[in-house]
Design a protein around this ligand. Structure first.
Ligand code: UDP
Length: 260
């Protein structure tokens, strides 16, 4: 499937025009960043795993009636997606205290919250993606109250579904980030799930020993990031035992030259 011209390059993905109007090709890079781009690295094969894991999770959501932008994965690094206008808000759902919640409010990491909560962050690198309220979103017209309500309800449904899915393979879903986009059809607008769901955007802990199986391995210099992401893929049953992701990555990187 041929991709068109580059539309946007983010920290972990590149968007290209798709083969038809209203479609994009989403390319998963190996770049890892943290702390608003202060910490950077290239981790061989990470994009391949995130592409596969996100495809698996978004397909399941599509099947249960939660519309996502994913049309299909087209190869090891690319997905064909519906073009949406991204709402500039990160929707973070939390079940267990960690990361910025623990830091900001002094709740010890690992504390079970009495119910899932949702937080909104304004996507703006220059401002450092600040935590914002519904009223901040409203007065700046980043999204309508109706859009926030749809995205919030959907985020909590996604949470219920993912908690069960991960729990079944011995993983605790601590928290995660979602993004939503607007899509129009015959003057009718829908708000659908976009971006990705992967160990880059979730905190995932082993149920038994609370071992981190997510991007915190990079943020906290714990090492073993690829092993952790592969473990998640294996447990989800989407990577056969013995798959050598490095070998696959070397083969496919020869076939991909990212257009600058
Ligand atoms: N998250 C993300 N992208 C971001 C910020 C956060 O995917 O730009 C995810 C992060 O991986 C974690 C959740 O959202 O699963 C909550 O992150 P937190 O607010 O604790 O921020 P961080 O630890 O990244 O400072």
């Amino acid at each position: 499937m041929s991709r068109g011209k580059k539309i946007y390059e983010g920290k972990a993905k590149i968007l290209y025009a798709g083969p038809e109007r209203g479609t994009y090709i989403q390319y998963f890079k190996d770049d890892a960043t943290a702390f608003n781009n202060v910490k950077k690295a290239v981790i061989d094969g990470k994009g391949v795993l995130n592409n596969r894991i996100s495809e698996f999770l978004l397909n399941q959501l599509n099947e249960m009636g939660i519309e996502t932008h994913l049309i299909k994965r087209v190869n090891m690094r690319e997905q064909l997606i519906k073009a949406v206008e991204i709402i500039p808000i990160e929707f973070v759902v939390r079940n267990i205290a960690a990361g910025s919640l623990s830091k900001r409010l002094g709740i010890p990491e690992g504390t079970q919250l009495k119910r899932p909560i949702i937080e909104y962050y304004y996507k703006d690198d220059a401002l450092g993606d600040p935590l914002v309220t519904e009223e901040h979103i409203d007065i700046n017209d980043w999204a309508s109250m109706e859009e926030i309500s749809i995205a919030t309800d959907t985020s909590l449904r996604v949470n219920d579904f993912l908690i069960g899915l991960f729990r079944a393979v011995g993983i605790k879903l601590v928290d995660f980030k979602l993004e939503f986009g607007r899509i129009w059809k015959d003057d009718e607008k829908r708000v659908i799930l976009a971006d990705e769901i992967s160990p880059d955007t979730c905190r995932l802990w082993d149920v038994k020993d609370e071992r981190k199986l997510d991007k915190d391995r990079f943020r906290k210099d714990l090492g073993g990031l690829m092993e952790a992401y592969q473990e998640v893929a294996k447990r989800l049953g989407i990577m056969p035992e013995g798959t050598n992701i490095k070998e696959i990555n070397t083969k496919i990187s020869k076939n991909f030259k990212i257009k600058k």
